[in-house]
Write a protein that binds this ligand. Sequence first.
Ligand code: SAH
Ligand code: DHB
Ligand code: MG
Length: 226
Amino acid sequence: MPRRPAQDTYTAVDAFVEATLFAAPDEALDAALAATTAAGMPEIQVSTPQARLLEILCRTVNARRILEFGTLGGYSTIAMARTLPPDGLLTTLEFDADHAEVAWDNIERAGLADMVDLRVGAALETLPLLASEGAGNFDFVFIDADKANTPAYFAWALDHTRPGGLVMADNVIRGGSIIDPEGDEGAAAQRVFHEYLAEEERVTATTIQTVGSKGYDGFTLAFVNE
Ligand code: SAH
Ligand code: DHB
Ligand code: MG
């Protein structure tokens, strides 16, 4: 066993997990990934095991209302929206109209068009509109858009998530840059995010470092106190 495993090992272990736990084809996710890659979009969607974690968390909180920041090709969107009951709704926010177009095709192909509300625009501009429409009472929120705005997205999410719900933020570690952001605005924002979380009494939060096919990163998971 390697004592100091590196990226090749992380990738190989994810490949092992995919070949075992995820050996069965998953038509909707496989097709979404293929279409996203074919469109030349960045391959930064959650990994297959991470998508399963999102599914498990949504099921754990019996999610009926889900909010996502950052749709890309709809990979994580599909993983979460599939857990919804018939009257459920996932709202997903995407800045890039080209990404949104590919995502919407993928969501439709997955048979989830009725469960997903995809809003194109900068999330910070869409949020006031959602608020004016009475959006809220979310059970699960996944923050995975532009990293510099993670603290702002979290603050809004917390105000609109029910007690007992969960808010998850992806990419908070980014190769360890959180401890030394230098000129990286996204990394600096993760420090601000943690300093803010430390003072926020409405949540019980932790940050877990991860390795895998997407490198060394991590996520923050916050439980909204009841
Ligand atoms: N959640 C997706 C990956 C999202 S990648 C998955 O795991 O499948 C990040 C996405 O956030 C990109 O598509 C990018 O265009 C989008 N994004 C960037 N800035 C944004 C903003 N200000 N508002 C909303 N989305 C934004
Ligand atoms: C990037 C964004 C992500 O959401 C992610 O999980 C990995 C990388 C990026 O913008 O590079
Ligand atoms: Mg991410």
